[in-house]
Design a protein around this ligand. Sequence first.
Ligand code: NIG
Ligand code: FE
Length: 422
Amino acid sequence: VYMAQQAMIIRHAKQVLTSQTKVPLTGNEMEDGLLVIENGAVWIEEGRIVMVGPDTDVWNAYEASGKNGAKVIDASNQIVTPGLVDPHTHIVFAGSREEEFEMRLQGAAYMDIMNAGGGIHSTTRSTAAATEAELETAARERLDEFLRHGVTTIEAKSGYGLTLENERKQLRVAKTLDESHPIDIVSTFMGAHAIPLEYKENTDEFVRIIIEEMIPVVAKEGLAVFNDVFCEKGVFTPEQSKRILEAGKQYGLVPKIHADEIVSYGGAELAAEVGAISADHLLQISDEGIEQMAKAGVIGVLLPATAFFLMEPAAKARKMIERGVAVALSTDRNPGSSPTESMPFVMNLACLTMGMTPKEVISAATINAAFAIGQAEDVGSLEAGKKADVILWNAPNYTYLQYHVGVNMVDTVIKNGEIVVG
Ligand code: NIG
Ligand code: FE
């Protein structure tokens, strides 16, 4: 939608951070695969990247091309990264849940609140009561916040509908926003986000409805690319999750899983078995689950803001990286367990609560995140031909980005070659 025609050259950046890979970065490559170009430049034409490299190389190539009139942006006080990619959000919903936050501060457990009819059920009620226009307005504000924090592509899940009509309503809103907001949105159907209260005693009947009545319609209408399940004790069992994910595959929906978040439940192993593109959360992943994900090439999407907000110990990122799981990072933006649009905050937490290195977190929030939603051919790195999604940060080097904690250092956001923030 946002097709900028003006050519642009970002010059003299203290550092340009990018990667060049056809596969998700794993092991040492999450560190070593992040390239640091000192005094770098980025040349953009027609919304796409033409060239990235040391400033003199890029400038000489531009001059030799015989072109002129490009807008020159001086980035001599800044560093430059690809637009951040958030591969796991629940942004289309109505209402908020700060009263549950207070209950949790008094000691109530997240799952107990949900099982008592609050939590996801509470947001499902407010979302059902909202019109499509109201949902769109609420989600658009969240997208604006994401954009101000350097995020240019996200995944967005349904799952606060839990009926075919209300799931479609959420997915249609995501589609409208994808078409009308600078941020690109890739949609996931998550009808299996909670068992509606009326099916509590007959969970298999709700599983049947998802498989027979929801998935075929959502797929036929082209409303989603992925199919996600909350595989958790007291929600969907691994056996039910498997049936839902296999059913989605028959309709072309690629599996994702909310896995091993609260208890170790075989979710990571299931992700490997069904060939999921990612397994997300993984706070309680088993050693066996780590092995199998590494072997099957399932990306581990880690959500350290969720662990932090639920006051749970962080995921074992070091162990996963050392054993060959490609790790990506995400906000998990939702009203219950992670009410933040700040990927930079998530990146700070990834260092401070999971021991990831500053380079690893940039790989995890850009190229690996792009792979986790099947978008790496277009976004996630600054390479010729990719979308010109570029962030200029008020920071002298990439470590400073993690060290200057809890503030927004985004100066300029360029989406498809157009300045949308700054
Ligand atoms: O990813 N774990 C399940 N789903 C969301 C939370 C949704 C909510 O509390 O509204 C999550 O954490
Ligand atoms: Fe989630």
